[in-house]
Each structure stands twice: as structure tokens, then as C-alpha cells.
Design a protein. Structure first.
Length: 58
């Protein structure tokens, strides 16, 4: 019973803090993108890192 209550509490905590974690990951990704020479841009509903050489064929 105690394990079930702890599991439910943990799940509720994760759900409640999810928006903060998403914002933090997005901010980190944007910083890494810009520091590596890319441009953080919105493509449709998504935000992506576009680098100058990403359009060149591999």
C-alpha cells in the first residue's frame, strides 16, 4: 500500500513539473544551437536548429 501511494505521488510530481523540464530542455537546446553557429527557428509547430551547412548533401 505504501509503495502504491509513493508511486502515485511520484507520478503526480512528474506531471506537475513537466512544463518546467520542457522549458529547461528547450532553453538548453537553443543555447547549444546558437553557440554552435546555428539559428533557432520555428518550422510549423516545431522549433528546430538550422545550421548553415545542414542544406549541403552528405
Amino acid at each position: 500500500m505504501v509503495v502504491a501511494v509513493a508511486a502515485i505521488g511520484g507520478a503526480l510530481f512528474r506531471v506537475a513539473t513537466a512544463p518546467d523540464r520542457v522549458k529547461e530542455r528547450r532553453s538548453t537546446a537553443q543555447s547549444v544551437c546558437e553557440s554552435s553557429g546555428g539559428k533557432w527557428t520555428k518550422v510549423g509547430p516545431d522549433e528546430v536548429c538550422v545550421k548553415a551547412d545542414s542544406s549541403k548533401p552528405s
